[in-house]
Design a protein around this ligand. Structure first.
Ligand code: CA
Length: 236
């Protein structure tokens, strides 16, 4: 659990089934990051760490660069760094990761970049809104109208990513939040594959960010904890 004075908290848990935790998160100056690695235990753990560290480094050095360019630069650098490590170590050849990054500008605007199926949600006056779209087969089927949102949550296609950082892809989808206030959630799919959005919204509204993190992770474990679960909550 990370608790940086009440406004930001994060919590990661290995879950009840997996041996290792391939999720990773990081917090910088007005920068929040979650990654969910893949490619076997060691590879997944290393890929998610490289992605988070590279993103925080690049965004920390970005200065007055426009935020969308800075976000793209962060994803590109993370992909280059993962690729370099994978080339150097044959055992890591299959590693990749999801990456979701939120950045708040000096003026208060919040931008989210994502690739893979780790998500950003915002809880504001109009309720819970999912900011990101999953890069996976279930999302493709959902957008095609072949399955409903509730079916997508339990569909096997959720485990087949259409994009992963370090496996040939780096370009993030970038979204700007319509509100500069509210409660931001970044999470790995170990949360949203266990809980409905309604459930996530109710727990996200609970207490302080550390309390919301605890509630969300506890509920994911209670629902089965079949994957690593990571949540990062920010009061904007
Ligand atoms: Ca996962």
């Amino acid at each position: 659990m990370t608790d940086t004075g009440g406004q930001v908290a994060a919590f990661t848990h290995v879950g009840l089934v997996r041996d290792g935790n391939e999720d990773y998160y990081g917090v910088g100056d007005d920068t929040w990051v979650v990654a969910d690695g893949l490619g076997g235990h060691a590879g997944g753990e290393i890929a998610s760490r490289i992605a988070v560290d590279s993103a925080l480094r690049v965004l920390g050095e970005a200065g007055t660069t426009d935020t969308v360019s800075a976000l793209r630069g962060a994803f590109q650098a993370a992909a280059v760094d993962i690729h370099a490590r994978a080339e150097a170590e044959p055992a890591m050849a299959e590693m990749g990761t999801t990456l979701v990054v939120a950045v708040r500008e000096a003026g208060g605007g919040v931008f989210v970049g994502s690739l893979g199926d780790s998500r950003a949600y915002v809880l504001a006056t109009e309720g819970l809104q999912q900011i990101t779209r999953d890069d996976n087969i279930a999302e493709v089927l959902l957008e095609r109208g072949a399955i409903t949102a509730e079916q997508a949550r339990v569909h096997p296609g959720q485990f087949s990513l259409t994009k992963a950082l370090g496996l040939g892809e780096w370009e993030p989808a970038v979204h700007q939040l319509s509100s500069t206030t509210g409660r931001l959630l970044l999470c790995s799919d170990g949360l949203n594959s266990e809980l409905t959005d309604d459930h996530i919204g109710r727990l996200l509204a609970t207490g302080t960010p550390p309390e919301a993190c605890e509630q969300l992770v506890a509920a994911a474990l209670e629902a089965g904890g079949s994957d690593n679960v990571t949540v990062l909550v920010v009061d904007l």
